[in-house]
Write a protein that binds this ligand. Structure first.
Ligand SMILES: *Cc1c(COP(=O)(O)O)cnc(C)c1O
Length: 229
């Protein structure tokens, strides 16, 4: 068995164990392979192990890989910071965008999504633990965003994405509470099924709190080159 197969099996086993421990169904948590800084051939090898969802942070790097791997049936997720002038590329090339934190971004993504494409899946990024960052909206802005974004025609609002500071399990619990509360604001509540939280170091805690999608890089691919902080 090759290394990627082995590490993926380990991560899947960890997800399963976390689900069992939390009394949740093992298939209630999806594994997103975070492949930033990894070359296309490594992604292709991971694909051979059965992985279909890949997450990228840097647009230019992602677009190159999407072109190189266009013959594979990959679901591409953009998990980086969304800049207003990059929305067209995101709308045209990805299946998911996790980092939407303003209405204007969602509107542009909806307007720029191709007529022949299925609706773009998006998550609202929330700065759940009040970090000193410009990424993510405030928790008290989420309800209004859900009302407005869920009415846009070419995006499907799936849920929330959070990146709390390390060692703060309360942030996961807060995200779950918010996730459950704002579902009722959604124009199509049945679409509201995704709580994107948990990474290599804290996926077990995130699953215990109710995560439905963990974004895992290092535990699958090994350490990234230093330049990527
Ligand atoms: C890099 C990254 C991850 C994966 O982090 P690991 O610790 O390598 O698992 C998850 N989510 C986001 C938003 C990231 O930028």
């Amino acid at each position: 068995m090759n290394m990627l197969q082995q590490s993926r099996n380990q991560v899947l086993a960890q997800i399963q164990a976390a689900c069992t421990q939390a009394g949740r169904e093992p298939d209630s948590v999806q594994l997103l392979a975070v492949s930033k800084t990894q070359p296309s051939n490594v992604l292709a090898e991971m694909y051979q192990t059965g992985q279909r969802d890949f997450g990228e942070n840097y647009l230019q790097e992602a677009l190159e890989k999407i072109t190189q791997l266009k013959n594979l049936e990959i679901e591409w997720h953009f998990i980086g910071h969304v800049q207003r002038n990059k929305t067209k590329h995101l709308a045209e090339n990805f299946a998911w965008v996790h980092g939407v934190d303003r209405l204007i971004i969602a509107e542009r993504l909806s307007n720029q999504r191709g007529e022949d494409q299925p609706a773009l899946n998006i998550c609202i990024q929330v700065n759940i633990d009040g970090q000193d960052t410009k990424d993510g909206c405030r928790p008290d802005e989420v309800a209004d965003l859900v009302v407005q974004i869920s009415q846009l025609p070419n995006v499907r609002l799936r849920g929330l994405m959070v990146i709390p500071a390390p060692n703060n399990p309360q942030a996961f619990a807060d995200a779950k509470v918010l996730f459950d509360i704002v579902k009722t604001q959604h124009a199509h509540p049945e679409d509201w099924d995704t709580l994107s939280m948990g990474m290599s170091g804290d996926m077990t805690e995130a699953i215990a709190a109710g995560s439905t999608m963990v974004r895992v890089g290092t535990a699958l691919f090994g350490a990234r080159p230093k330049k990527d902080a």
